[in-house]
Design a protein around this ligand. Structure first.
Ligand SMILES: C[S@@+](CC[C@H](N)C(=O)[O-])C[C@H]1O[C@@H](n2cnc3c(N)ncnc32)[C@H](O)[C@@H]1O
Ligand SMILES: Nc1nc2[nH]cc(C(=O)O)c2c(=O)[nH]1
Ligand code: SF4
Ligand SMILES: [Mg+2]
Length: 255
């Protein structure tokens, strides 16, 4: 028997659902966007409804890695988070794959009771009522270079589900002019959300090997181009940031 957080009147029979976990690691720093530089633990779920051409986390996306994703209870996940953090509360980043697929509400409630905070990274394709419980919601709509379709209605549903709960931002990966134009258009649909732009890493890690090398010159070149475009367009509310963890550790996993 378990209770649904925030709905104590709802008591469900049976075991609480498990959460499919690809990896739990940290503390490291958040390398991207609003919370860049802030110490955090990553809880990466397995499985995604997208398959972006340049995804840097395919080990948490492709079903051939399914065997590596462990169904874990909230208690088991929490034991690991507490071990890694030494029991000292910090920001827990829920990423994936698409973490919105997983039943994360009880995990968030459990951590909040212990003083931890939660940021979630998602592409905005699946909305959940428990988005309202988050501290930070990072919506990262996928631009044309990803090969994925954009569904503005789903993005709106995510924003509506979160309501006034979390701080919410948009984060775009930019490879080219079409991606830049996409970021401009989608941002205009959500004028109240702060915007973060990051250059794409065009040599994402092959999921089956641990070669961490990146094309640093290429990423730097794209980042300079991105700054030029933002300045040219006088997009003065945008933030342009690199993936700091990629600059520090390349494509190494678990950092
Ligand atoms: C691996 S995704 C997981 C969360 C969710 N599926 C999403 O895409 O937002 C985490 C973040 O990494 C970004 N990302 C993935 N591959 C990238 C790449 N090759 N270069 C730059 N950012 C990338 C995504 O756009 C997203 O903002
Ligand atoms: N340090 C670090 N920062 C990150 N920000 C977003 C990440 C992700 O894969 O979701 C990520 C990651 O994998 N590592
Ligand atoms: S949505 Fe995120 S995790 Fe899924 S394939 Fe795209 S970048 Fe990777
Ligand atoms: Mg990553």
């Amino acid at each position: 028997m378990y209770r649904i957080a925030n709905e104590p009147h709802l008591v469900t029979e049976g075991e609480a659902p498990t959460i499919r976990i690809s990896e739990i690691f940290g503390p490291t720093i958040q390398g991207e966007g609003l919370l860049i530089g802030q110490p955090t633990i990553f809880v990466r779920t397995g499985g995604c409804d997208f398959r972006c051409s340049w995804c840097d986390s395919l080990h948490a996306v492709e079903s051939r890695f399914r065997e590596d994703w462990k169904p874990m209870s909230v208690a088991a996940i929490w034991t690991e988070v507490e071990r890694l953090s030494g029991g000292q509360p910090l920001m827990v980043t829920l990423s994936g794959g698409n973490p919105a697929i997983q039943p994360l509400e009880p995990l968030i409630a459990h951590g909040h009771q212990r003083g931890y905070r939660f940021a979630l990274e998602t592409q905005g394709s699946i909305a959940r009522p428990w988005f309202a419980d988050l501290d930070v919601l990072v919506l990262s709509p996928k631009p044309p270079s990803s090969g994925m379709d954009f569904d503005g209605m789903q993005l709106r549903s995510c924003i509506a589900a979160a309501g006034n709960g979390p701080r919410m931002v948009l984060k775009f990966v930019i490879f080219d002019d079409a991606d830049f134009a996409f970021a401009r258009e989608v941002s205009a649909l959500c004028p109240t959300l702060p915007v973060y732009l990051q250059p794409g890493n065009h040599t994402p890690p092959p999921p089956e090997d641990d070669d961490a090398r990146i094309d640093l010159d290429g990423i730097t070149e794209r980042m300079r181009w991105l700054v030029d475009r933002v300045v040219e367009e006088r997009w003065f509310s945008a933030h342009v940031l690199p993936q700091l963890h990629v600059l520090l550790w390349g494509n190494r996993r678990g950092v």
